[in-house]
Design a protein around this ligand. Structure first.
Ligand code: BES
Ligand code: MN
Ligand code: ZN
Length: 485
C-alpha cells in the first residue's frame, strides 16, 4: 500500500474519508470544496441528515457521481486525540475497501486546533497501515478489495510528507513483526529467523553475529541450551547492532525467542499450546524495532539480542530436577520445564552485561500470570530503575500502548528457593509475573533494566481499537519512541 500527501484538487481517490466533530456543522476547506462541486451535498445530505451526528466512530456513506464520501464521526472536539485518529483511520480504511473501485482513498481528518497537523497525518497513515494489515500468505484466495493507495489530502505537501514517511517506517516495521509472529513454528525456526535477521542486517547496513550450538557451549550459554536440547532445531543466538556516528547512549534490547513452546516434559494442555508459535513475539518485536531504527537513525547505539530455540519434549529434553549452571555461574534447579523463557533470557541478560550498555530492556511473552493480572490490552512493566520504568509507561502512552508497572520485591527471592541449587526456575503461582521478573533480576548487573511482559498483548483473539485480531506488534511503537526520543 502506498501512502503519500496529495493536493485535494489532484486527488485520484474514489472514496474520500472526511471527519466531522460531534454536533459541529462547520466545514473545512476540503469539505467546502466538495459542497460546492456537488451542489451542497455535504451541508445538505450529510449534516442535515437526521441520523449522522458525528459521534465517535459513527460513519455515513454518501454516493455521488463517480465519488463516495465516507463521513466519519470524530466525536467531541475537545476530546479528540491521536489515539482516536488512528482508530478512525484503521476502521474507515477497512470500510472503504468495499466502497472503492479504483482502490484509492483520500483522507481528510480534521484538526481540533489542539494538535499539530503533522501528528494527525502521521496517525492517519499509521492507522491506515494497521487497519489494512492481514496475514494472508497461506490463503489461496487473497482479499482482492485491498486499498492500494492512501492519499492524505493537504495543500502543504512538504510539511506533511516527513510525518507520513515516519509513520510508514513504523507501520512497516510493525507489519514485519506481525508477519513473523503469525508464521507457523515449522517455518519460523531458530535458523530461519537468524536468516531473516541476516537479510535485515544486509539490507539496512547493520552488523550481525549469529552463534550456533557449539559456540554457545563454549560461551557458557548453558541455561539457554538446556531449553533447546529436546528439539531437532538447533538453537541460535542473534546479536544485531546499530551504530550511529556519535552515540549519546547505548541500549540493549532483548526479545524472548521461543519458536515453539510445547512446555517441554511438563507439557502444556492442548488449549494452552495452540498459540505457542507466538512465543517468539519478543524477538519479532525487537527485530521490527531494529528495522525501523536503521531507517530513523537516532544517536543511540542499539544492540538487539535474542536466544532462539524450541521447547520440546523428547528423549533428549531437559528434565525437572536438572541443575543448570547459567552463563553468569549461578545455579538453577529446573522446577518446571514450561518456565523456559526465563532460562533463555537469563543467559541473554548476562551477555548484555558484557556489552557495557547504559540500559537493558527485555520483551517477553513470559507468564500466563500477567494475563490474569492485566488482560490482553496492557503490558506489564517491571524493573530495577524507577525512572526507566516510568519513562516507558509515558512513552507507551504517547504512541497508544498501555503499560502498567508491577512490583519486584527482594523477598520474592524466597519463593525461588531450591534445596540443591542457588534458586529454582518457578515459585508459587501467586504473583507469577513479578516472581518471573525477580528470577530475571538475578542475571543482570545493569543499573537500568526493564522487563516488558507481553504474554497478554502480543497476540489477541479479537480486534481492539486500531489493532486487528492476531499479532499486534506490541511494544514496537513504544520501544521505537523510547529509543528515538
Ligand atoms: N510462554 C509461556 C507464557 C505464555 C502464556 C505466553 C500464555 C502467552 C500466553 C511461558 O513460557 C510459560 O509457559 N509460563 C508458565 C510459567 C509457569 C510454569 C511458572 C505459565 O505462565 O504458566
Ligand atoms: Mn513455557
Ligand atoms: Zn514460553
Amino acid at each position: 500500500m502506498e501512502i503519500y500527501a496529495k493536493n485535494p484538487h489532484e486527488t485520484q481517490a474514489d472514496v474520500i474519508i472526511t471527519g466531522f466533530f460531534e454536533d459541529d456543522k462547520a466545514l473545512n476547506d476540503i469539505q467546502n470544496g466538495l459542497d460546492e462541486k456537488f451542489d451542497g451535498a455535504v451541508s445538505k445530505k450529510i449534516l442535515e441528515k437526521e441520523g449522522f451526528k458525528g459521534k465517535y466512530l459513527e460513519t455515513f456513506v454518501l454516493p455521488l457521481d463517480g465519488l463516495k464520501i465516507l463521513a466519519a464521526g470524530l466525536g467531541k472536539k475537545e476530546e479528540f486525540n491521536t489515539d482516536k485518529v488512528r482508530e478512525i483511520a484503521a476502521k474507515t480504511v477497512k470500510q472503504a475497501e468495499k466502497l472503492s473501485k479504483n482502490k484509492i482513498v483520500g483522507f481528510n481528518i480534521q484538526n481540533n486546533g489542539a494538535m499539530c497537523c503533522c501528528k494527525i497525518s502521521h496517525n492517519v497513515a499509521l492507522g491506515a497501515i494497521m487497519g489494512e494489515y492481514d496475514f494472508d500468505k497461506y490463503k489461496t484466495k487473497k482479499n482482492e478489495e485491498k486499498i492500494s493507495k492512501v492519499e492524505i489530502l493537504t495543500e502543504k505537501i512538504d510539511k506533511f510528507t516527513p510525518a507520513i514517511n515516519q509513520a510508514k517506517i513504523i507501520g512497516e516495521a510493525m507489519n514485519f513483526t506481525k508477519d513473523l509472529i503469525f508464521e507457523p513454528a515449522e517455518y519460523a525456526t531458530p535458523a530461519k529467523i537468524s536468516e531473516i535477521a541476516e537479510n535485515l542486517a544486509k539490507e539496512n547496513g547493520l552488523e550481525i553475529k549469529v552463534f550456533g550450538k557449539d559456540e554457545l557451549k563454549k560461551m557458557n550459554f548453558n541455561a539457554f541450551l538446556a531449553v533447546g536440547q529436546g528439539s531437532v532445531q538447533e538453537p541460535k543466538f542473534i546479536h544485531l547492532k546499530y551504530t550511529p556516528e556519535n552515540p549519546k547512549k547505548k541500549i540493549a534490547i532483548i526479545g524472548k525467542g521461543i519458536t515453539f513452546d510445547s512446555g517441554g516434559l511438563d507439557i502444556k494442555p492442548p488449549a494452552s499450546m495452540l498459540t505457542m508459535r507466538t512465543d517468539m513475539s519478543g524477538c519479532a518485536c525487537v527485530l521490527g524495532v531494529m528495522k525501523a531504527i536503521a531507517q530513523l537513525k537516532p544517536d543511540v547505539e542499539v544492540h538487539m539480542l535474542s536466544a532462539l530455540c524450541e521447547n520440546m519434549p523428547s528423549g533428549s529434553s531437559y528434565k525437572v530436577g536438572d541443575v543448570l549452571i547459567a552463563k553468569n555461574g549461578k545455579t538453577i534447579e529446573v522446577d518446571n520445564t514450561d518456565a523456559e523463557g526465563r532460562l533463555t533470557l537469563a543467559d541473554a541478560l548476562t551477555y548484555a552485561d558484557e556489552l557495557n550498555v547504559d540500559e537493558v530492556i527485555d520483551v517477553a511473552t513470559l507468564t500466563g500470570a500477567v494475563i490474569v493480572a492485566l488482560g490482553n490490552t496492557i503490558t506489564g512493566v517491571m524493573g530495577n530503575n524507577e525512572e526507566l520504568v516510568r519513562a516507558l509507561v509515558e512513552e507507551g502512552k504517547e504512541v497508544g500502548e498501555t503499560l502498567w508497572e508491577m512490583p519486584i520485591l527482594d523477598d520474592m527471592q524466597d519463593n525461588l528457593k531450591s534445596d540443591i541449587a542457588d534458586m529454582r526456575n518457578t515459585g508459587s503461582r501467586y504473583a507469577g509475573a513479578s516472581v518471573a521478573a525477580r528470577f530475571l533480576s538475578n542475571f543482570t548487573n545493569s543499573k537500568k533494566w526493564a522487563h516488558l511482559d507481553i504474554a497478554g498483548t502480543a497476540f489477541i483473539d479479537k480486534p481492539y481499537k486500531e489493532l486487528n485480531k492476531g499479532a499486534t506488534a506490541a511494544m514496537v511503537r513504544t520501544l521505537i519512541n523510547h529509543i528515538t526520543k
